[in-house]
Design a protein around this ligand. Structure first.
Ligand code: SF4
Length: 307
């Protein structure tokens, strides 16, 4: 898929303790509408299949619906919206968004209970609103992909989060490794679990989705941290995202992520996954180290094992 990706706002109506944008510490938005409009105009008619909107929380912009109108007028086939889902709890608002050609809603679900999700988001009611938002979108006939970031607060709940999301109609479950930047970096030791600690829960979560015939993907994990489940890693080679992030344009988002946010170790050179794996988030590698990551070698019969 060839898509545009637009960071629409720095600010948010939640304050997640692992926010990579650092929205909880942003007092004012730096995103200028004219820059967004120029980016959309410059790229119109060039074969982009979708515009992916994210923030902060894109839906809280006062001109959010106007921006959706603009995208539609410029002829982009569809819009994907990354959201915490809170505003979608209002059916009237959900209807307005769906009417403007948003066909995929990527909703954050970080807890299996209100207690967990509201503690992570520091926003009472955020869990109930997100669940209601998902249900509204499904009632309106559109697709929902949930995204759950694995943190110290929720990793034991991952299988239950999957059950919850599938029960409420999610079409696709995405489970993300915690990206240790922004607020997540400020709170590093409070929010960041070890990969070997979360592994059984993440793998069980994948099994639960598969057992319920629901598409599931893993994002941002070093391949060696999900042994036997590498096939669920998002394949970015089939996706090409050109992103507007504040004032700069990233022509290839995944190349940027690999080149600037993740690192590899000497051990990766001999690893069977080296070509596809993006490595480990660099702050994690610096602060926690490499002892839990073991290169994978391919043995003659094609099976893979730790070196
Ligand atoms: S050893 Fe390195 S290349 Fe291999 S899966 Fe782990 S992080 Fe990726």
């Amino acid at each position: 898929m060839k898509a545009l990706s637009v960071h629409l706002t720095d600010v948010c109506n939640s304050k997640c303790n692992f926010c990579i944008v650092d929205s909880p510490h942003m007092s004012a938005d730096t995103i200028v509408r004219a820059r967004v409009s120029r980016f959309l105009r410059e790229n119109a008619g060039q074969g982009y299949e979708a515009v992916n909107l994210h923030g902060g929380e894109a839906t809280i912009r006062k001109d959010f619906l106007e921006i959706l109108d603009e995208i539609k007028e410029l002829g982009y086939p569809t819009v994907y919206l990354q959201t915490n889902g809170r505003k979608l709890a209002l059916m009237k608002f959900a209807e307005e968004v769906v009417a403007r050609n948003v066909t995929l809603f990527i909703v954050s679900m970080h807890g299996a209970t209100a207690q967990t999700q509201d503690r992570i988001s520091l926003a009472r009611g955020s869990f109930d609103q997100a669940v209601k938002g998902i249900r509204n979108i499904k009632l309106l006939g559109q697709k929902v992909r949930t995204n759950s970031v694995v943190s110290k607060d929720n990793y034991t709940e991952m299988p239950d989060i999957v059950d919850l999301c599938v029960t409420h109609g999610a079409d696709h479950i995405n489970i993300s490794a915690l990206h240790t930047s922004g607020t997540a970096l400020r709170n590093f030791w409070d929010v960041t679990p070890r990969y070997d600690e979360i592994q059984p829960y993440v793998l069980e979560a994948v099994d639960r989705a598969v057992a319920r015939n629901t598409t599931v993907t893993l994002e941002g994990f070093p391949y060696c941290s999900v042994p036997g489940y590498e096939r669920y890693m998002i394949d970015w080679e089939t996706n090409q995202f050109k992103m507007l992030y504040r004032t700069f344009v990233l022509d290839d988002y995944e190349h940027y992520m690999d080149a600037f946010t993740r690192v590899k170790d000497a051990r990766c050179r001999g690893c069977a996954h080296n070509a596809k794996c993006g490595g480990v988030y660099k702050e994690y590698a610096e602060l926690v180290g490499w002892d839990e990551f073991q290169p994978v070698v391919t043995v003659p019969d094609g099976e893979q094992t730790c070196a």
